[in-house]
Each structure stands twice: as structure tokens, then as C-alpha cells.
Design a protein around this ligand. Structure first.
Ligand code: NDP
Length: 364
């Protein structure tokens, strides 16, 4: 991999791409993670990834289901004394093995557990969306800053080989001057009783869950911050799944260069796509942001090339993310997807909802 070239192009991603072991001379052991919330993502996706990490290890579990936590602890060599409930969560303060708390809870609980973790003296990796309002995001950043702890958001695509290569190609002008980006993300949501369909825990519907990927893609593919947003929602409120949150929402972002992004998210169709059109060609990913199996093409001068990106610096995007946070803590550098990055998205999310509600363009 051409590490030097990428460092220049992606700037702050340099730390992420540092050769294995180089940033870790300052410590003798991998940093210890406590996983909070043993649901689909925390238990099935993240915990199995520690075997792929170089600088991170699993040392504690936080769960409302002690029997489940005990089973998981036995399977992963976590001592019984390092299992916590939500009620006694603050006792993590007394466990020096825990360096980082990874919040894998429903969105509406992210702020509380991030703030409590920071007050307990722990660094925080918090799942997307960062929280359910700008005010919560600001409170999380303040709490971490006050406690002098790092805060990172689980934007795993910044550690995924296809997305990294797409960003690099976009920046290097592979498609010419960027004219527009399209990105759509969604899946068919089934059970109406799920927390994702309850506003208090989710903060919203498909936008909060999958739309975050479309929004992120618009920002990291253009490398620009939007100045205006116009949105429209389409939800069948008679459908019991959507009595509290939106199904489909689409929005247009205007960027200072004149580029625009047309984004969409939905809970009633399976979609996972990013397209960047420039005045000289296109970069397209489909599927774009899955855990694996992503594919990418570049079209230019009438030729279509399927791109196999150089392997990422870590074994998987998840291990890259976990180790990047550990390395950020070890070196004292800001994670490339910090709390401020989550806050930027949440400001736009609030503007998208407002635009859809009020039927007008919102300046950002
Ligand atoms: P799940 O419903 O599968 O798991 C959430 C877990 O949170 C539960 O299993 C439970 O763990 C705990 N919990 C505590 N209180 C509640 C409550 N009131 N209702 C429901 N669960 C509760 O959700 P996911 O794992 O799919 O999502 C968790 C977070 O991860 C979300 O923020 C989501 O956006 C994010 N996510 C990110 C993905 C990514 O690719 N980056 C992919 C999927 C999710 P316990 O029983 O241990 O207490």
C-alpha cells in the first residue's frame, strides 16, 4: 500500500494508516474495551472483532441481562468481576483495565452512557448516530473535554478499504470536477415493536439509522460542508411500523463549489449505494457500505474499470476502527471521526427534519 500518498491525500487519516505497532511504542499492552449493550452490533459484530485487533482487547461487559453477559464473558475470557449492569455502570471508574467504553446501545441512550463513562474517567467510542439531538451531542463533547477523554463516533466506513479508496480517487480528480453525489441507504424494517421504530429510543426513523451513511457519503466524497438543505418525507402513517418515525426521506445538499448531493434513506426497501459524478467521469460503489462484499467502479473516457482497492491497514474495518481509537488514546491525537464529526452530522440531520416539516430550504 502506498502509505505516504494516502497520508497526504487524506490528511488526518495518517494515524489510522501508520504501520502496525509504530504508534504504540508508548504502551506495553493493548487498551481495554468495555462493550456496553450486548445486542446485535455489540455482541454479534464487534466482540468477535477483537481477535483481529493489535492494540485493543475486550476486558469488560455492560448489560441488563446478567445471564447473557456471564455466557459472553466465559466465551471471551472476561472475568466475572468485570460484568456491570446499567445501574452499577459508574463502578467502571474503579476498574483500571477499562480504558475505552464502546457504547452499542439504542441511539437515545448514547448521550447518557457517554457522559457517565467520561465522568468515570474513560475514553468513549460511541455508535452512530452520535445521539438524537444537537444538544445531546454538545453535552457529550463537553463532558469528554472536561474529563480530558477522547470521543470517537463509530463511522466504520472511514476504515473500510473501498470507501477509503473512493475518497482518495475523488480527491485526486479521478472523475474530474465533482458535480453531484447520490447516495441511498435502507433496509426493510419488519417488527413494529423494535426500538428503532420508537422515537424516544431512536430519535427518528430511517434517517437516524441508515440516512447517516448517505449523509456521511455526501460529505466524505465531496470533501465539503453543505451550505443548504431541502428535504421531503414520504411515510405511510397507516403502516403500524411508522406511527412514530419516518419511513422514506430524501434531501438535497448544496455545497460551496456548486456540487450537490441527492440523498435518501428508507425503511421499506433494501438499498446501499454511492455514486459520484464529475465532469470527467464517475465513481460508483454498490453495495457501498456493507460489512463486506462492497464493490466499486470508475468510469472515465468511455471506459469502465472495476476497482479492487489496496487492502486496508487493518484486517477488517471494525478492527481498524477499534485500533484507531486505541492509538488515538495512546498518542493523544484526535480520532479522525471525533465527536465534532458526529455533531456536524446531527446539525444537518436536524436541518433535514426541519426542512421536511416546514417545506422549505434551510440554510446551514
Ligand atoms: P439491538 O437492539 O440489537 O441491541 C441493543 C442492546 O442495547 C440490547 O441488546 C440491550 O443489551 C441494550 N439495551 C439497553 N436498554 C435497551 C432498551 N431499552 N431497548 C433495547 N435495547 C436496550 O441494537 P443494535 O445492536 O442493532 O444497535 C445498537 C447501536 O448500534 C445503535 O445505535 C445502532 O445505530 C448501532 N449500529 C451500528 C451499526 C454499524 O454498522 N455501525 C450496525 C448496527 C447497529 P443488553 O441486553 O446487553 O442490555
Amino acid at each position: 500500500m502506498d502509505i505516504g500518498r494516502r497520508d497526504v491525500l487524506l490528511g488526518s487519516a495518517a494515524l489510522l494508516l501508520a504501520p502496525a505497532g509504530s504508534a504504540c511504542a508508548a504502551t506495553e499492552r493493548p487498551l481495554g474495551y468495555a462493550i456496553v449493550g450486548l445486542g446485535y452490533y455489540g455482541l454479534d459484530v464487534i466482540i468477535p472483532q477483537f481477535v483481529n485487533c493489535e492494540h485493543s482487547r475486550l476486558v469488560a461487559l455492560v448489560s441488563g441481562d446478567r445471564a447473557k453477559a456471564q455466557r459472553v464473558a466465559r466465551a471471551h475470557g472476561v472475568p466475572e468481576r468485570a460484568i456491570y449492569s446499567y445501574a452499577d455502570f459508574d463502578k467502571i471508574r474503579d476498574n483500571p483495565e477499562i480504558d475505552i467504553v464502546y457504547v452499542c446501545l439504542p441511539n437515545g441512550m448514547h448521550a447518557e452512557y457517554t457522559i457517565r463513562a467520561a465522568r468515570a474517567g474513560k475514553h468513549v467510542l460511541c455508535e452512530k448516530p452520535m445521539a438524537i439531538s444537537v444538544a445531546e451531542c454538545e453535552a457529550m463533547i463537553t463532558a469528554c473535554r472536561k474529563a480530558d477523554r477522547k470521543l470517537m463516533i463509530g463511522y466504520r466506513c472511514h476504515f473500510e478499504a473501498h470507501n477509503l479508496e473512493a475518497m482518495r480517487l475523488a480527491r485526486s480528480g479521478a472523475a474530474g470536477k465533482i458535480r453531484y453525489v447520490r447516495s441511498e441507504h435502507g433496509f426493510v424494517q419488519g417488527d413494529p415493536s423494535k426500538w428503532r421504530l420508537k422515537r424516544a429510543l431512536s430519535g427518528g426513523g430511517s434517517l437516524m439509522d441508515m440516512g447517516i451513511y448517505s449523509l456521511q457519503a455526501a460529505r466524505y466524497m465531496t470533501g465539503e460542508e453543505p451550505v443548504a438543505v431541502t428535504a421531503r418525507e414520504s411515510t405511510d402513517r397507516r403502516d403500524p411500523r411508522f406511527s412514530e418515525v419516518e419511513d422514506m426521506i430524501e434531501w438535497t445538499l448544496e455545497f460551496p463549489s456548486g456540487a450537490i448531493a441527492g440523498c435518501q434513506s428508507m425503511y421499506s426497501a433494501n438499498q446501499n449505494h454511492i455514486l459520484l459524478m464529475g465532469d470527467a467521469g464517475r465513481i460508483e460503489l454498490e453495495p457501498a457500505t456493507r460489512y463486506d462484499g462492497n464493490q466499486m467502479w470508475v468510469g472515465k473516457d468511455g471506459r469502465e474499470r472495476k476497482i479492487t482497492p489496496p487492502p486496508g491497514p487493518a484486517k477488517t474495518q471494525f478492527a481498524g476502527q477499534l485500533d484507531h481509537m486505541a492509538q488515538s488514546v495512546m498518542t493523544g491525537r484526535q480520532p479522525i471521526v471525533s465527536g465534532e464529526e458526529g455533531l456536524r452530522d446531527m446539525r444537518i440531520v436536524e436541518a433535514i427534519y426541519r426542512s421536511a416539516r416546514e417545506g422549505r430550504t434551510i440554510k446551514l
